[in-house]
Ligand binder design. Structure first.
Ligand SMILES: [Zn+2]
Length: 620
């Protein structure tokens, strides 16, 4: 009774602030949400709960029933379960997919599957000798009427996109077409999941395991981990916000793992129940490991290693980590988590209650996360560049309020060296003085770029082609992307190098990152121009064939400039890059798919749980 009263009071406040059409929209969405079962972390943490998702997010079948396939996310039932060849990485068919192949609701027209078994048993059809039965050479697993992998994947990915759009102030048109992210919720055998940059879709593994002392095999669906799904969705978001990143770039991929973990963490704080759980667990002191910082607790439950796949609460520095992208990414995640706790405390001291402070601090971190993409170099970047982007977001959007918090933490963790802040300031001072007139058309924008090539550090042998103009609605910034050309004019050859200009709401240029890998000083830019011309000429003389790709000027790990061409290759759901360089004119393969869990899990784990391989499934 009293609860109802509070709600109706709230409604009056809301009515006071909203226009009538907005209010109607609000009421209609409230009345047309659909119930959906999902795990908050994963089955090893707690039972599933029943959330609600706006009805408009679902598709409809011919009878008007909702479907787990909407205008943002579409759950795809593959016909087969694949196994990955550990050497070639290619996926081959292994079994027929026993999960329901479509995202249909229950008989009540919703996605509440509250009675579904939490730790399902894996059963295989066998012949008279007890050997796995093969149909067309593939194992036949007994059908399982399990929906929580699909529903959790649908809920978590929608939540990640909602949060990211809220922070970034723009539509995030992920996926291959029409802004729809396709998700294969059960598609291969492994405790793993990945985002494919070629199909722009998500793929989730299933992991067979046996508990100590038990003979039966159980099957964990990674899609039932809200955190793993939101992490993968974070990769899809990052790819939209940084569309020109070099595939397989060590710096982008390292940032990407932190970006994905952070998308999951900060988005999860939009769930008020999650906020209450975190506060209860930590007694309000966030400076400790908790269910927010622990990512993928199922991993810990099954393997007995650490607290999850990763844990954002730690004190790791660059020198404590390897160059492996997940490992190195933790340094950034740990640094921003520390700042998150400081901001949350500050908000509390300003009078917000604990729950509000947590969600608000999470949103501030989400804004840094997504808006930071507008302030980092476009093709390749280092964690130091990302750290500088945080300082820039702070300067532009928060008046420098958090600069010391971030800078101290980045220095302490070795993301910054002693010169980083000074370098960032020098970069700031070198941003050209450009002005974007209001309501500028793309054509006019293109002309503005052409008129300012010199100021943008583009030498006479190069030009810029306008790639895109995007406006974001949160702070009113305009993000302009340009592509480098060899020579100038409409028939100039495109190079695979991109620059980014971010204009403030008042039209002044806030930041510029050149398409040439260069330092901020104009002298270095001039040198890069000259070197780049020489390298391209040399590449052409020695017959470096782009093989259908574009030539690209890159900075190698040793600091030297080089020219290369990159081409995407794929087989089935796997893809990689073939890179043609002066050292390897015949091409060298670079991996671009990064599984969430580094390394393959096989055999008996420290927990005593045995993780089975496809070969094990063949034998028993
Ligand atoms: Zn990842």
């Amino acid at each position: 009774m009293s609860k109802r009263l509070i709600i109706s009071n709230l409604m009056i406040v809301v009515i006071g602030l909203m226009s009538l059409p907005a209010l109607r929209a609000q009421i209609s969405t409230q009345s047309s949400s659909i119930r959906i079962s999902e795990y908050r972390d994963d089955p090893y943490v707690a039972e599933s709960y029943i959330g609600r998702i706006d009805a408009s997010r679902f598709g409809q079948d011919d009878n008007g029933h909702p479907f787990l396939s909407g205008d943002r996310v579409s759950i795809i039932g593959e016909d087969f379960i694949f196994r990955q060849n550990p050497t070639t990485k290619i996926f081959a068919k292994f079994a027929w997919n026993p999960w329901p192949k479509d995202g249909r609701p229950n008989e009540k027209g919703n996605f509440k599957f509250a009675d579904e078994v939490r730790f399902p048993i894996h059963e295989i059809e066998r012949d008279a000798d007890g050997k796995p039965l093969l149909k067309d050479g593939l194992q036949v697993w007994k059908p399982r009427d399990l929906h929580l992998g699909m529903t959790t994947a649908f809920a978590a990915s929608n939540a990640a996109r909602d949060a990211a759009e809220f922070w970034a102030g723009r539509d995030i048109q992920w996926g291959e077409k029409n802004g729809i992210l396709e998700i294969e919720s059960q598609v291969f055998i492994d405790f793993n999941a990945f985002y494919s940059p070629i199909t722009r879709s998500l793929h989730f593994g299933v992991a067979p395991y046996r508990l100590p002392g038990e003979t039966q095999i159980k099957m964990f669906e990674t899609a039932t981990s809200w955190e793993m799904v939101a992490h993968e969705a974070g990769h899809a978001v990052h790819n939209v916000l940084k569309p020109n990143h070099v595939l397989g770039d060590q710096g982008f991929d390292t940032w990407g793992e932190s970006f994905a973990d952070q998308t999951e963490m900060w988005a999860s704080l939009h769930d008020q129940q999650r906020v209450r759980i975190v506060l209860a667990e930590t007694s309000g002191n966030l400076y400790t490991s908790n269910s927010l910082t622990r990512i993928g607790e199922a991993f810990a439950a099954i393997t007995g290693k650490v607290t999850g796949i990763r844990d954002a609460f730690h004190d790791k520095k660059i020198s404590d980590t390897t160059t492996e992208v997940h490992d190195r990414s933790e340094v950034l995640t740990g640094a921003v988590y520390k700042v998150f706790t400081l901001i949350s405390n500050e908000l509390k001291s300003q009078g917000l209650d604990e729950g509000q402070a947590l969600t608000e601090a999470g949103d501030i971190m989400g804004i840094f996360l997504t808006q930071g993409t507008d302030y980092a170099p476009e093709n390749s970047m280092t964690l130091e560049d990302v750290g500088k982007a945080y300082l820039k977001v702070d300067k532009e959007l928060y008046g420098g309020r958090y600069q010391i918090m971030f800078a101290d933490e980045f220095i302490r963790r070795e993301i910054f060296d002693a010169n980083s802040v000074a370098e960032w300031m020098a970069h700031e001072a070198a941003v050209p003085d450009l002005y974007l007139p209001q309501h500028v058309s793309d054509e006019k924008m293109g002309k503005l770029v052409q008129a300012n090539l010199d100021r943008l550090g583009i030498g006479p042998d190069f030009g810029l082609k306008l790639q895109s103009v995007r406006r974001e609605g949160r702070f009113g910034q305009t993000i302009v992307r340009v592509q480098l050309t060899r020579g100038r004019g409409s028939d100039a050859a495109l190079l695979d190098n991109h620059g980014i200009l971010t204009f403030r709401a008042d039209g002044t240029l806030a930041d510029y990152h050149s398409p040439l890998p260069s330092n901020s000083s104009s002298q270095m830019q001039a040198q890069s121009n000259v070197q780049a011309v020489a390298l391209i000429n040399q590449a052409k003389r020695s017959g470096l064939d782009p093989h259908g790709g574009l030539l690209s000027i890159v900075r190698r790990p040793d600091g030297q400039l080089a020219v290369e061409a990159r081409v995407m290759r794929s087989e089935g759901i796997y893809c990689w890059i073939e890179a043609y360089t002066m050292e390897h004119p015949e091409g060298e393969r670079r991996e671009v798919i990064i599984p969430t869990v580094p390394g393959n899990l096989r055999g008996i784990q420290p927990s005593g749980v045995e993780i089975l391989s496809p070969d094990d499934l063949n034998q028993r």
